[in-house]
Design a protein around this ligand. Sequence first.
Ligand SMILES: NC(=O)c1ccc[n+]([C@@H]2O[C@H](COP(=O)([O-])OP(=O)(O)OC[C@H]3O[C@@H](n4cnc5c(N)ncnc54)[C@H](OP(=O)(O)O)[C@@H]3O)[C@@H](O)[C@H]2O)c1
Length: 299
Amino acid sequence: MKQEMRSGKKTKQQKEETNTMYLVTGATGNVGSEVVEQLLAGRKKVRVFTRDPGKVAHWNDRVEVVAGDLQQPDTFAQALADVEAIFLMHQGPDLEVCKQLVAAGKDKGNPRIAFLSTILASAPDSQIGKLHKDKEDAIRESGLPGTFVRPGGFMTNLYWWIGTIKTENVVRNPMGTGRLASIAPEDIAAVAVKAMTQDLPDEVFELTGGELLSVPQQVDILAKVLGKPIQCVDVPTETAIQDLLRIGLPAQAAAAIGASFEAIRDGRVTVVKDTVEKVLGRRPMTFETWARRHALRFV
Ligand SMILES: NC(=O)c1ccc[n+]([C@@H]2O[C@H](COP(=O)([O-])OP(=O)(O)OC[C@H]3O[C@@H](n4cnc5c(N)ncnc54)[C@H](OP(=O)(O)O)[C@@H]3O)[C@@H](O)[C@H]2O)c1
């Protein structure tokens, strides 16, 4: 083996590694973009699937690009050639279409699927959880090797506050002092990448961040990071839902998020999982580290 490396020839394992293709849907999103970056950092070949290739132009020739829509399975099938594993989003396809996407995968060499689900998939009364669980089950029933990455609330949900922070130095808070261990998409992506590239012993990974923080505590940290005072103003759930509609969220999503605001406010989701540490061998990213990395978004 050493001789082959010295002579510049690739070993069989190296050849396989070089030719292995990883397909990333949602590559323009919070988690998918991190999945792409981390696969590239691991010297993997990456193909991204997007409705708008212009949004992935910054990767230049470092990634292959397939233009398509998850709601149109034929466009997805075109992205599947020689794919070892897929990072698949819930967002986009409805359940019947999701089954067609999975069937297309079965036809093209049984790739692994790392599916971005939600921690609510195990909550029997959650409508949003059920939407994700139904898709998980479609993947399970297909027989494709599936891993279900189930995060709780994302730190990137704070991007909903960008408008009022920029214009008024205010965060409108429907969650009172309820606390949540929100998670950085960087950590979700790291678990997904591990599921795409290695055999993991478990099928389901419920993920949270490592610190329970209330919105006022997050706002204090963000104010320190941005170097300016930010006021936290309590608002009713309905006002927060209207705010989400105003920044473009669909009505169903805004209503579901409103329900999760109430769950946080009432202390029903004060759960901290140690999954990130178990899978990655390190602590989850802290909120302050995440805020420093993404501070420019808020100015
Ligand atoms: N936010 C939370 O607290 C939370 C908690 C638990 C689970 N989740 C899960 O995470 C998801 C959000 O992840 P994120 O924040 O990374 O996403 P995001 O930043 O909102 O981006 C959405 C991505 O979905 C892609 N997409 C949407 N519709 C599509 C379609 N029809 N065809 C192809 N691609 C489509 C978009 O790709 P293009 O525009 O490039 O086509 C974009 O890259 C939620 O939908 C939910 O399933 C979120």
